[in-house]
Ligand binder design. Structure first.
Ligand SMILES: Cc1cc2nc3c(=O)[nH]c(=O)nc-3n(C[C@H](O)[C@H](O)[C@H](O)COP(=O)(O)O)c2cc1C
Length: 254
């Protein structure tokens, strides 16, 4: 194995392209942020790095609040749109088809279409150079009911989360392991791997069924022998009813 060495750069991938909502429910704004992450568990803390030139920068600085909304394949177009247009002169919620929804603890709205929204309160702003880092405490977590099982399990893997990697968006693939599986006892490990494989099979079947039903809706009725012969007889009837064409008077080239 050999590697080519490049000058310093921000090449840490994959990143979550989250939608950060800010402002108020009456005058909301939303923009895309990839420079985010978790920095502490107790209290639960996160950060976003924002260029001071962003319209959202002042909104967050003044209110001290924002919401991090995870994003899915369905939301992709809106994710890109909110990352290239400014809320300074555009109502990005209205134009992207996203819906602002009221939060529990902060005045900033969350994005209703997101499977998971974290309500955040800023604790510190750290100027770093090109970006300022907003350190914040996560004060409430909102999860989409569609992905909650009857016994309260949150099946986030069913939401089709997306990742941002070297200038492109990707949808996350299937589950390939669970936390600590590498050191679990042989029997437990086997059981866990079997459960994951079963889950993947079920998801695949579900997707295939969905695609098949979509295809069925789109395709016209199949051309059976009966259909074909009736179509042929219809054509013949139409042809018979037409006047016989005159032979074309093709002039020969001089
Ligand atoms: C995938 C993606 C990731 C981005 N990540 C960041 C980021 O981490 N920090 C930032 O300041 N801008 C980031 N941007 C750019 C802003 O989202 C963009 O400038 C946006 O128009 C700012 O909106 P606003 O002016 O309404 O605040 C990103 C854009 C995209 C498309």
């Amino acid at each position: 194995m050999s590697k080519t060495s490049w000058k310093a750069g921000t090449m840490l991938y994959p990143l979550p392209p989250v939608l950060v909502s800010c402002g108020t429910t009456e005058k909301p704004n939303v923009f895309t942020v990839a420079w985010t992450g978790i920095i502490n568990s107790q209290p639960a803390m996160t950060y976003i790095s924002v260029r001071p030139s962003r319209y959202s920068y002042e909104l967050i600085k003044q209110s001290g609040e924002f919401v991090i909304n995870l994003t899915t394949a369905k939301m992709l177009k809106a994710v890109d749109f909110c990352g290239v247009k400014s809320g300074k002169n555009t109502d990005k919620f209205a134009l992207s088809g996203l819906t602002p929804a009221t939060c529990k603890k902060v005045k900033a709205p969350m994005v209703a279409e997101s499977p998971l929204s974290l309500e955040c309160r800023v604790t510190e702003i750290k100027p770093l150079g090109s970006h300022d880092m907003f350190l914040a405490e996560i004060v409430a977590v909102n999860v989409e009911d569609e992905f909650l099982t009857a016994d309260g399990q949150f099946q986030l893997e069913k939401s089709n989360l997306i990742a941002f990697c070297h200038g492109a968006y990707y949808v996350l693939g299937g589950k390939i392991g669970t936390f600590g599986f590498s050191v679990a006892k042989k029997k437990t490990r086997k059981q866990r791997i079997a459960a994951i494989k079963q889950e993947r099979r079920a998801l695949k079947e579900q997707k295939q069924k969905k695609t098949a039903s979509l295809k069925q809706k789109k395709t016209p009725p199949a051309k059976t022998k009966k259909n074909l012969s009736s179509a042929k007889s219809k054509r013949t009837a139409v042809q018979k009813s037409r006047k016989p064409r005159k032979p074309l008077n093709i002039k020969k080239a001089p």
